[in-house]
Design a protein around this ligand. Sequence first.
Ligand code: ZN
Length: 222
Amino acid sequence: MKLTWLGHACFLLEGSKRVLVDPYVPTGSTAGISPDIVAVTHGHADHMGDAVSIGAKTVAGNEVAKYLAAKGIDATGMNIGGSAVVDGIRFTMTPALHSGWLEEAGPGYYGGSPGGFVIAFDGVSVYHAGDTALFSDMQLIRDLYRPDVALLPIGGRYTMGPDEAMIAANYVGAPLVVPMHYNTWPAIEQDPDAFRRAVERTTDIRVRVLAPGESVTVGSPE
Ligand code: ZN
């Protein structure tokens, strides 16, 4: 599976299908990507992004899915701890310690619980943590879903920062970690290479710092 970071929390997973997670591209556009399925971790604008304008099948928490369905999107709703199979791809919604305003709908519109996703297809398991604080039940994600790669926020302020993400990497236990949700704005400025060095110095986990638009192959030799 080819995994491409498009910036912030947006990743494109390409195998037998194309899955776009959190379709907000800070420098660029989602135009021309044409994914088979979009997954939205929560309603904040920097995650929901272009979900409506892309118009593809979309997987999201129940409240966000209902909003998208009202906009004409073929949306599959789910909730934390559950799974949904769409086009042969298994999406499992994981907890995320965060907030859930559905920003696009306006002030006060509750977007339900934020989450993360474990996305499994083509024999590869990808954990996208969404926006979250560190929580020790990430160990259950390791035990249950054995992710091949963990996509972890390191920006701080609105999510965990590098110190917490280092523990998260250990809890999730994926052999590969890709940091996300940093350096989009001054409030979440971090040094991803310092995070990489700290993890790789103390564990067998490999951290791949991607530039926006850069890809890594997951689940088979590069
Ligand atoms: Zn958020």
